[in-house]
Structure formats: structure tokens, C-alpha cells
Design a protein around this ligand. Structure first.
Ligand SMILES: NC(=O)C1=CN([C@@H]2O[C@H](COP(=O)(O)OP(=O)(O)OC[C@H]3O[C@@H](n4cnc5c(N)ncnc54)[C@H](OP(=O)(O)O)[C@@H]3O)[C@@H](O)[C@H]2O)C=CC1
Ligand SMILES: O=C(O)CCC(=O)C(=O)O
Length: 427
């Protein structure tokens, strides 16, 4: 039988346990989710027919605070994926010391096939179905793959309607006009940028001599491409779900972003006239992008992109995981043997949930921060936690991934021990 995504996620926990002094009780508590919900969401389509979509929400662990994590709209969403993503959120929030546990949600749907009204009805229907499972002190959703500010706006409005009061802190990643935070849309990319910038000198690299390939050109892929190219890194390849482009001289990232935004077509990163005229480039597939000889490879799309099958073909020196779970445990071992360092998702992409935390704090206090305050606090946190994890990796002579899990596990274990087991047993 093939390994599930959750089996793979659990291997990371097992790897870290060997390096932490943690009780058997705590380990047992972390092996399974607190609660999982599967819902059917009936949606009236524009043509009058009724379609029922499957939705999911998993609250993995709330020992450090209310559970937190995004909502994904994608045809491949299923319980195994959502549970794994909720597991990763638990460790991510602990790794960067947020007072949150981990959760994730999703709907099995291709949102590109829905009209705007259908999408709104589905988004509201999802919240209606999970309303008893969430709340500002219970579980706080946010955007993830193929969801965005607009969708979070519909969702928080629906939740507030159900509760008969305004509940801005129940969902983050909202539009500014509904209590959203400045800086949330770019926070995941900016957080990853701070991680890369912190590590670059430790890796003896300089920006101008550092080539980068990025898989995925959505919210976070486009943001990190923009930040890195503006800072002087050479972004040589980008891609979306249909393929990508490559040029060894470096791509003109702002032009690609503006073309893509204006056409709303992912063809934008292909050889369309306005892009081709700016720089000569080669069309490549996503598989080819992963195998490019670059300094930094950034998977910023979906999980399971680098696996046993293609790991030995990776030529990048460093992999910074912005996507959740893009490298499998089997691939990790091959990459390590090849001397390729992997900087893990639970650290690299934690900027998004960090600014979501800032949004939640602002909603609860009713006092709103400036972009400078948001970005300064984000930087402080990302730099400090990156250096702590680097130190653990050096001291224990372990990979950055295992070090990040050790760091998170230590904090989770403290919370578990502080609370006691509260186990229901007869003696
Ligand atoms: N949004 C956030 O704040 C956070 C996101 N993440 C993670 O980052 C990753 C990307 O999320 P986000 O940018 O928000 O999602 P988006 O939906 O905004 O973008 C996803 C991008 O990935 C592309 N893509 C989809 N499938 C493939 C594929 N098979 N090969 C290559 N590219 C593909 C999409 O292409 P196309 O445009 O053609 O659809 C799109 O460009 C996910 O793993 C997510 O969990 C992590 C932390 C926070
Ligand atoms: O902003 C959030 O709360 C969650 C972001 C998220 O889903 C993630 O980090 O994977």
C-alpha cells in the first residue's frame, strides 16, 4: 500500500523525537488530530442545477492556542491532505512561537470553473457548514491555495451573519475594509525573503551571484519572485500550473507580474509578445524547472513535487520550501546525500500565519498598525526563529528540517506538560 501524505508528515515527527526530551504522553497526543469534520455543501449553480461539494476542516492540535490555518479550493483536496496540512500548521505555529495550534480546511472544487456568484455561494456555504467548529477563540481560517481576500470577506460576513454580530477576528486575510491587516497579502513571500536574507551570509553567498528558480506564480510565488529580483537576486525561471520560462540572464519579474495580472491568464509567463520582447527565454515544463542548475530552488505551488523519483535529478544547492510539503521524506534523504540543503516549510512560509496573528491581535484590540510596524515585527520574528533553528541544526548536527521540528516540538511539549494529560481512563 502506498504511503499517505499524513504517513509522510508523521515521519518528520518521528525524526525529531529522537533529538528531544519529550514524554511518551506528549508524543501520543501529537500523533492524531483533535477533531476532523467532513461536510457536504449544496450550491445552486447559475444554470439552476444543484451541485454538492465536499468540504473539510481539521483542527489538529490546540494545546498552544486556538487552531489556525488556511482554506484551500482545489480539485484534489481530501481528508488526508487537509489533515497533513493541519499537522504542519501545528508545528509551524510552534516553530515561530505564535499562540496558536494548527488547523486547515478545504473544498474539493476547481474554482476556475465557477462564476463569481457560484464561488461566493460556495464560500458562504462552506462557512455555514463549519460554523460550529470555528470562532475567534476556537479555530481561525485564512487564505491558502486558490482562495484570497475577497473569499475571506464573504466568509467572515457569512460567519458574522450566523452569529448575529460582527466577528472580524474569526477569519484573517480579509479585505482591509472588513478589518484585514496591511501586509497580509505579501506576508508569506516577505517572511520567506527574511529567512533567505538571514541565511545567505551563513551560506557564504551574495545576492548578485545567486540564481533562483521558482515553481508556482500565485500569491506567494509571485511575491517572492518580486522581492528577490528587486533585491538583486537573479530569478532565472518561474512557472505556473501550465509550465514556465527560463533565461540564464535573469527574468524581468515585474513585467511578468503585470502581464499576468492584466490578462488574468497564466499564459502570461509564457512566450507572449510583451514578455518575449523584453528578454529572450526558453519555455520549460515544471519538471524541467525543478532540475535546473541554480543556487536556490523555491517550490511555491503544491506538495509532493520533489520525491524519490526525481530527487536525484535536482541540481540546486539550496531548496527553500514556500509550498507546504513539496519535498517528501524519501526525497529528503536523497537530497541530503547529494549535499543539497532543504530549508523547511514550517519555517520558510511562516510569514503568512505570523501576519494573520497580527491581524487577529488588531481585530481583538480594535487598534490598527502601520505597514512599517507589521513588517518590522515580522522581520524580527522570522530572523530570530531562523537563527534559533540554525543553531539547533549546528549543535545537534541535524538537518534544518529536523531542527525546526525539534524547536517546535520543545514548545509543544512544554504546553502539553503544563496542561497535564486530561486523559479519560479508568483505574
Ligand atoms: N497564501 C498563503 O498565505 C500561504 C501559502 N502557503 C503555501 O504556498 C503554496 C502556494 O500558495 P498560494 O500562492 O497561496 O496559492 P495560489 O493559488 O495563489 O498559487 C498557486 C500557484 O501554483 C501554481 N500551480 C498549481 N499547480 C501547479 C503545478 N502542478 N506545478 C506548478 N505550479 C502549479 C498555480 O498555477 P496557476 O496559476 O496556473 O493556477 C499558481 O501559480 C501552497 O503550498 C500553500 O499552502 C504557505 C503559507 C501561507
Ligand atoms: O494565515 C494563516 O492563518 C494560515 C496560512 C496557511 O494556511 C499556511 O501557513 O499554510
Amino acid at each position: 500500500m502506498s504511503e499517505s501524505l499524513f504517513d509522510q508528515a508523521s515521519i518528520r515527527l518521528a525524526d525529531a523525537i529522537a533529538h528531544v526530551n519529550i514524554s511518551e504522553d506528549a508524543i501520543e497526543r501529537l500523533k492524531s488530530p483533535k477533531a476532523s469534520l467532513q461536510v457536504s455543501i449544496p450550491v445552486r449553480m447559475d444554470d439552476g442545477t444543484l451541485k454538492v461539494f465536499q468540504g473539510y476542516r481539521v483542527r489538529y492540535n490546540d494545546l498552544r492556542g486556538p487552531t489556525k490555518g488556511g482554506i484551500r479550493f482545489h480539485p484534489n483536496v481530501n481528508m488526508d491532505e487537509v489533515q497533513s496540512l493541519a499537522f504542519w500548521m501545528t508545528f509551524k505555529c510552534a516553530a515561530v512561537n505564535l499562540p496558536f495550534g494548527g488547523a486547515k480546511g478545504g473544498v474539493a472544487v476547481d474554482p476556475k470553473q465557477l462564476s463569481k456568484f457560484e464561488l461566493e455561494r460556495l464560500s458562504r456555504g462552506y462557512i455555514d457548514a463549519i460554523a460550529d467548529f470555528m470562532g475567534a477563540d476556537v479555530d481561525i481560517p485564512a487564505p491558502d491555495v486558490q482562495t484570497n481576500q475577497t473569499i475571506m470577506g464573504w466568509m467572515v460576513d457569512e460567519y458574522s451573519n450566523i452569529q448575529r454580530r460582527l466577528c472580524p477576528a474569526a477569519i484573517t486575510g480579509k479585505p482591509l475594509a472588513m478589518g484585514g491587516s496591511v501586509g497580509r497579502e505579501t506576508a508569506t513571500g516577505l517572511g520567506a525573503f527574511f529567512v533567505i536574507e538571514t541565511l545567505l551570509p551563513l551560506l557564504n553567498k551574495q545576492r548578485e551571484q545567486t540564481t533562483v528558480a521558482i515553481q508556482g506564480f500565485g500569491n506567494v510565488g509571485a511575491a517572492i519572485a518580486d522581492l528577490l529580483s528587486k533585491a538583486g537576486y537573479k530569478v532565472v525561471a518561474v512557472s505556473d500550473s501550465k509550465g514556465g520560462i527560463y533565461t540564464p540572464q535573469g527574468l524581468d519579474v515585474p513585467s511578468i507580474i503585470s502581464y499576468k495580472n492584466s490578462t488574468r491568464s497564466f499564459q502570461a509567463v509564457y512566450c507572449q509578445d510583451s514578455v518575449c520582447n523584453l528578454v529572450e527565454h526558453t519555455k520549460i515544463t515544471n519538471e524541467e524547472l525543478l532540475k535546473l542548475d541554480v543556487d536556490i530552488l523555491i517550490p511555491a505551488a503544491l506538495e509532493n513535487q520533489i520525491k524519490e523519483l526525481n530527487a536525484h535529478q535536482i541540481r540546486a544547492k539550496y531548496i527553500f520550501e514556500i509550498a507546504n510539503g513539496p519535498v517528501t521524506p524519501a526525497a529528503d534523504r536523497i537530497l541530503e546525500q547529494q549535499g543539497i540543503m532543504v530549508f523547511p516549510d514550517i519555517l520558510v512560509n511562516a510569514g503568512g500565519v505570523t501576519v494573520s496573528y497580527f491581524e487577529w491581535v488588531q481585530n481583538r484590540s480594535g487598534f490598527y498598525w502601520t505597514i512599517e510596524e507589521i513588517n518590522d515585527r515580522l522581520k524580527q520574528s522570522m530572523v530570530a526563529e531562523t537563527l534559533r533553528i540554525w543553531k539547533i541544526a549546528e549543535q545537534k548536527q541535524i538537518s534544518m528540517r529536523t531542527a525546526a521540528y525539534v524547536h517546535a516540538l520543545t514548545r509543544l511539549s512544554e504546553a502539553i506538560e503544563a496542561k497535564g494529560t486530561r486523559a479519560y481512563y479508568a483505574q
